[in-house]
Design a protein around this ligand. Sequence first.
Ligand SMILES: NC(=O)c1ccc[n+]([C@@H]2O[C@H](COP(=O)([O-])OP(=O)(O)OC[C@H]3O[C@@H](n4cnc5c(N)ncnc54)[C@H](O)[C@@H]3O)[C@@H](O)[C@H]2O)c1
Ligand SMILES: N[C@@H](CCO)C(=O)O
Length: 350
Amino acid sequence: MTTYDIALIGFGGVNRTLAELIATRGETLHTDLGFGLRVVAITDLRLGSLVQPEGIDLSIALKLDGGSETFAKYGGSTDTNNESVIRNCTADIICEATFTNPDDGEPAVSHVRWALESGKSVCTTNKGPVALRGAELTALAEQNGVHFEFEGAVMSGTPVIRLAKKMFEGLKLNGFEGILNGTSNYVLGRMEAGLDLDAAIGEAQDLGYAEANPAADIEGYDVQLKVLILANELLDAGIELKDVQRQGISAVTPENIRKAASEGRRWKLVGAARRNPDGSVTAGVSPVALPLDHGLAGVSGATNAVSFDTDLLGAVTVSGPGAGRVETAYALLSDIIAMHAAGTGVVANA
Ligand SMILES: NC(=O)c1ccc[n+]([C@@H]2O[C@H](COP(=O)([O-])OP(=O)(O)OC[C@H]3O[C@@H](n4cnc5c(N)ncnc54)[C@H](O)[C@@H]3O)[C@@H](O)[C@H]2O)c1
Ligand SMILES: N[C@@H](CCO)C(=O)O
């Protein structure tokens, strides 16, 4: 039986849910996918670190919820020891799901770099390393003959990046526009239903959609990173964060929302990029009061959608969950499935 040993860096909503999936569906995964998964290391700011090459008992790890107990009680450490764990543990694959840092991507950029340098493949849902250091880390993965996969960085588990790369071959992509943040879309919907901004954000936090600092969602930083990822990965734009104009939804008032509704419009936070006639790419994120018959106006809750403008097919739209713990844990699983299918660069235990 092929078994991939994995390390979970960050043990919050997403990686904890991946651990739950492994604990509850391990056998099915093996039957359905042809490989098993074994967690050999976990690190988290609140829990410290635990490394057990023979496999961690996930029922114990999942009981730790950030209270007073740490991994030290189970033979681990109160420190994360991220560099040492990532470089020296026996994992084949590092699953990076720590906080997204929209300024410089750290410390996740270092986590990914340490893993790739030590010959381990990486899957991540963290937007920072992908948006801000994507090209460099992809090159590092290639140099080391391993994988760097990041489907969950945009639209959680809904296939967008791999789908477009694999299925749009032969098409010319002129641009895209989409709803790329589950929290702000959920919040706008709840405000339309009469909630105030803070109460709506609180609900999105409880549902596991929001960033650790929800201002990243509300002020458009999260969409800015996602637009940057899609523009560089799919349009080969070669742009930087400063090239993506950003405006969030904090200035959209209940009065704006009522007025738009009376005019047959609905506020949405729209991220977009377009190729100009000279080949350059213009990209940005801003709130827009869309007419109700616009394709994105009916996308509600934490659902996201992105519409690609192609030369031969016209608009091709992908819609699905944009956030959520289970949906995003699935993205990591889909990355591992892609690595397994590619066959090279990830060496499992026989
Ligand atoms: N939740 C979603 O819907 C979703 C969707 C797509 C992408 N993401 C991204 O996935 C990542 C994880 O999301 P989440 O919802 O699990 O967040 P979370 O806040 O629930 O968990 C993050 C965990 O990482 C830990 N952590 C932070 N810095 C660390 C460090 N240096 N070393 C070790 N542990 C560290 C924290 O203690 C926390 O437990 C984030 O980058 C987020 O942007 C989340
Ligand atoms: N906070 C993000 C998570 C997914 O990247 C959102 O609400 O869309």
